[in-house]
Write a protein that binds this ligand. Structure first.
Ligand code: SAH
Length: 377
């Protein structure tokens, strides 16, 4: 897929033309990952965080936020609920929290693997290589770490480096030119994790060029999972306060809007670039378009949904952005409605762990191209 083609699609506004993109992305999705929509139960296990990401509401400097860390038994109860609802995967997500020690997490992973048939996905931030290796050895299957943007200057603006020396994967010389998360993604792949990444769409300062580069980087990194969602301003963050938003708008003519339409474009182009990837229709997208964001994501390239299983007393505290969709909905109710909506789209509910199909298939990037529609690619 040519860079110029990606750029043209990102700039396309004509609804009929965009209809072609949606249909092609949907066809490539069907052909490569089928009708199944895989459900991954998300448990936000801790909102403690040592980092100061400029976009994220649970950043360490947000002192107004009450902090929590779930117990192993609470997390196991969520895992059993995931099994009861028929899900094949549990996703454990948190801030970058060193209170979740290497050994404690390894024990937790071993317990989940011993007591349930679930695949375990981790999303715990930029942890040292020894932690990542120990958790893989304990049985963790997958790791999610979004690189957030492929533009190193923008990355460093929104993602200040950690100021201690726990991060032995770092390479200080290349740090300011490169995105350190990409280094970690390579290590995760070497450790044998199914590896996921992604970006936010419409970060203040993000241009169309940046976004096209993000999509091409998804392909080059040969990722198993790719999550993209709109950037949603959080008022307790440097990036989210109103003056910053106004400031950026006036300065950057090439600013990508943080709209649901732009997010569908990125999902569709990501499907074309990475036909075999597992791509979620994200909660951030459903937050922006509560009516139909989730379904439109699924209809335009996505094949995964991550229902939230975090216990109600913690959910509001995992406030990475405000007014998250389904903040108070009990998992059983959300699950029943979600499954009805998936079936209404003519799709089926995934069974089993829903592992990546990428590694089982050779030359994934070629297939979309081979199947035709050169006018689109
Ligand atoms: N600490 C983990 C998990 C962070 S939350 C980590 O850093 O990987 C998971 C994702 O939520 C982030 O990677 C980011 O892409 C997204 N996110 C955070 N703040 C957001 C915001 N204000 N709007 C939209 N997405 C956001």
């Amino acid at each position: 897929m040519q860079r110029s083609t990606v750029l043209n699609w990102l700039r396309e506004e004509d609804e009929e033309r965009l209809g072609e993109l949606w249909r092609f992305a949907d066809a490539v999705r069907r052909e490569n990952v089928g009708h199944e929509v895989h459900l991954r139960g998300l448990v936000e296990i801790s909102n403690h965080c040592v980092r100061a990401c400029a976009y994220c509401g649970i950043r360490a400097p947000n002192r107004a936020l009450a902090r929590y860390r779930m117990s192993a038994d609470e997390i196991l109860a969520c895992a059993r609920q995931a099994v009861a609802l028929g899900y094949g995967t549990i996703v454990l997500q948190s801030g970058e929290d060193y209170g979740l020690t290497r050994d404690w997490m390894a024990d937790l992973i071993r317990r989940i693997k011993a007591e349930t048939p679930l695949a375990v996905t981790l999303s715990l931030g930029e942890r040292p290589e020894a932690d990542l290796a120990a958790w893989r050895a304990a049985g963790a299957d997958r790791y999610l770490l979004r690189f957030e943007t492929s533009n190193p200057a923008l990355y460093h603006r929104i993602h200040p480096p950690a100021d201690d020396c726990r991060f032995e994967i770092r390479n200080p010389k290349s740090e300011l030119r490169n995105n350190h998360r990409i280094t970690i993604l390579h290590r995760l792949q070497e450790l044998g994790y199914e590896t996921g990444s992604g970006v936010m769409v419409g970060i203040p300062g993000q241009t169309y060029d940046d976004l096209a580069n993000d999509i091409l980087l998804f392909r080059d990194l040969a990722l198993d999972m790719i999550g993209v969602g709109p950037y949603l301003p959080h008022p307790a963050t440097p990036l989210g306060c109103q003056s910053e938003i106004e400031n950026r708008k006036s300065k950057i003519p090439e600013q990508v809007p943080n709209t649901d339409l732009m997010t569908y474009k990125v999902i569709a182009l990501t499907r074309l670039a990475c036909p075999w990837a597992n791509i979620p229709s994200t909660t951030a997208l459903a937050t922006l378009n509560r009516e139909s964001g989730r379904e439109l994501g699924l209809a335009r390239g996505a094949n995964v949904v991550m229902p939230n299983l975090t216990p109600p007393q913690y959910r509001a505290l995992y406030e990475i952005y405000p007014a998250k969709a389904c903040l108070y909905e009990p998992p059983e109710e959300f699950d029943a409605a979600l499954k009805r909506r998936i079936l209404a789209l003519g799709r089926t509910i995934g069974t089993g762990p829903g592992h990546s199909k990428r590694q089982a298939c050779a030359a994934p990037a070629a297939s979309a191209q081979d199947r035709g529609a050169p006018c689109l690619l």
